[in-house]
Unconditional design. Structure first.
Length: 463
């Protein structure tokens, strides 16, 4: 059936259409609503707000303090703050006695759902099909059921986020055998231990470690069938995330401004060396896993658990007997080996993929030599076209390791809100870190987002 074409508020040109409703665009929507700014619409193909549902495991928490909510670090008195959420749900005293800055992931998702329920600018169940330029503004076509809605806007905000990434040797198998080969992002919703005698977990990040922890708990369940757990990574070890107080200052506007000022060649060398700032395992999780292994090994009891670092997965074959033959090479010795398993759960991370709806903009959007979007200090995609196109969580290559971090989400959203409004809706703090990044000449105060530019202003590229 051909969809019915609809134009909400026919003739109205919105100031902004946001595409994707994850925490970052939800933050922007909340901040705009808090400021009384109602000329915005946010579109999301999912039927409602959800946040990593496959990793909402029992006992897991955020890796950032609760103040890194949608609004508090720029608008601490906002009605959309986490503390106000607690008040609304009669949980303030419970949280006081909880005495933990790191809240349960399930509670964070529920908090975001509570905020989303209060925002009339959100349109769930609306999948953006294409974006093009018409009469000096953006035309956004979205499908909602049998209705094709058309929105016109002066500015866009891209908030589609990163997607789970699997190595090539697992990609086809994950499509053929989704109950046996999967990304950690699908673990809670898809994995079934029944009939699996040997399980392989790949990766040394927090997600992989949490899956290992959950599987260790299953091993300790007397009612569960026995199985062997293998945890392999190509990294040098199962290492803790850098979480010192000075290390955390790399997730500040100060460091972001410094990083953006580096040449792209330098940025591309720096980010791969900073993995433990955002890809490691929490010390708490490492301790819990180690303590579990220690307790179960009392008296020399054999452990059906194997941990190996520096082992890179090269290929996986489905054998005649239905098992998965995973082939590895040890990165220091060069020795190759294989292990036959019944399931593979890969904590291979997330990557940003350009959404196909951008194809309608043709060559208006500017890319670097590696086909990545060029993004200026104000989170604006460099382009030849009307208004601005802002990016949320697709700028790791230009703004550094803080791009996916919840702790910088409110600051970035407020910066974008100021620019959309053409005035200062929110005061943005600068020089929040104790340490200085770069040489003296590199540290002139950044004004990205603090001196707002009108929404129609031409992009000023900052090299």
């Amino acid at each position: 059936m051909k969809p019915t074409v609809c134009t909400p508020a026919a003739g109205e040109i919105l100031d902004v259409v946001g595409i994707g409703i994850g925490p970052f665009n939800l933050s922007l929507a909340a901040l705009l609503a808090e400021a009384g700014y109602d000329r915005a619409v946010f579109l999301e193909r999912k039927p409602g707000f959800s946040w990593h549902p496959g990793m909402l495991l029992e006992g897991t928490t955020l890796q950032v303090p609760f103040l890194a909510d949608l609004v508090s670090l720029v608008a601490p008195t906002s009605r959309f703050s986490f503390l106000n959420y607690l008040q609304a749900h009669d949980r303030l005293y419970k949280f006081l006695f909880f005495e933990n800055f790191h809240i349960p992931r399930r509670e964070y998702e529920h908090y975001c759902q509570w905020v989303s329920d209060q925002l009339p600018s959100l349109r769930f169940g609306s999948e953006v099909m294409r974006v093009d330029v018409v009469d000096g503004c953006y035309r956004v076509t979205a499908r909602a059921g049998n209705c094709e809605n058309i929105y016109y806007a002066r500015n866009l905000v891209l908030g589609t986020g990163t997607q789970p990434w699997l190595p090539a040797c697992l990609h086809t198998l994950a499509q053929r055998l989704p109950q046996r080969v999967m990304h950690t992002a699908d673990y809670a919703q898809r994995f079934d231990l029944a009939g699996k005698r040997r399980v392989l977990v790949l990766g040394s990040g927090q997600s992989a470690a949490e899956v290992v922890q959950a599987l260790l708990a299953r091993q300790g369940d007397d009612e569960a069938a026995p199985f062997e757990l293998n945890w392999f990574t190509r990294s040098p070890g199962f290492l803790a995330m850098e979480y010192s107080k000075l290390g955390l200052e790399h997730f500040t506007p100060d460091y972001t401004a410094y990083f953006h000022g580096l040449t792209q060649n330098v940025k591309d060398r720096v980010v791969p060396k900073q993995g433990l700032f955002y890809k490691g395992i929490s010390s708490k999780t490492i301790s819990a896993i180690y303590d579990c292994l220690y307790h179960r090994s009392v008296g020399g009891a054999p452990l059906p658990v194997q941990l190996r670092a520096l082992c890179e997965l090269r290929d996986v074959e489905l054998t005649a007997n239905g098992r998965l033959d995973a082939q590895f090479v040890h990165l220091q010795t060069g020795h190759t080996f294989s292990i036959a398993v019944d399931a593979i759960i890969s904590g291979s991370g997330y990557r940003y993929t350009l959404p196909s709806f951008l194809d309608g903009l043709g060559d208006c959007v500017q890319y670097d030599d590696m086909e990545r979007l060029k993004i200026d200090a104000g989170y604006r995609v460099e382009h030849r076209g009307p208004g601005q196109i802002f990016m949320q969580n697709g700028e790791l290559h230009t703004h550094g390791i803080g791009a996916p971090d919840l702790g910088l989400g409110a600051w970035r959203a407020a910066s974008i809100a100021n620019q959309i409004a053409g005035r200062e809706l929110y005061r943005l703090s600068s020089q929040v870190a104790f340490q200085t990044f770069g040489a003296e000449a590199d540290n002139a105060p950044s004004t990205a987002g603090t001196t707002p530019s009108p929404s129609h202003q031409t992009i000023e590229t900052i090299e």
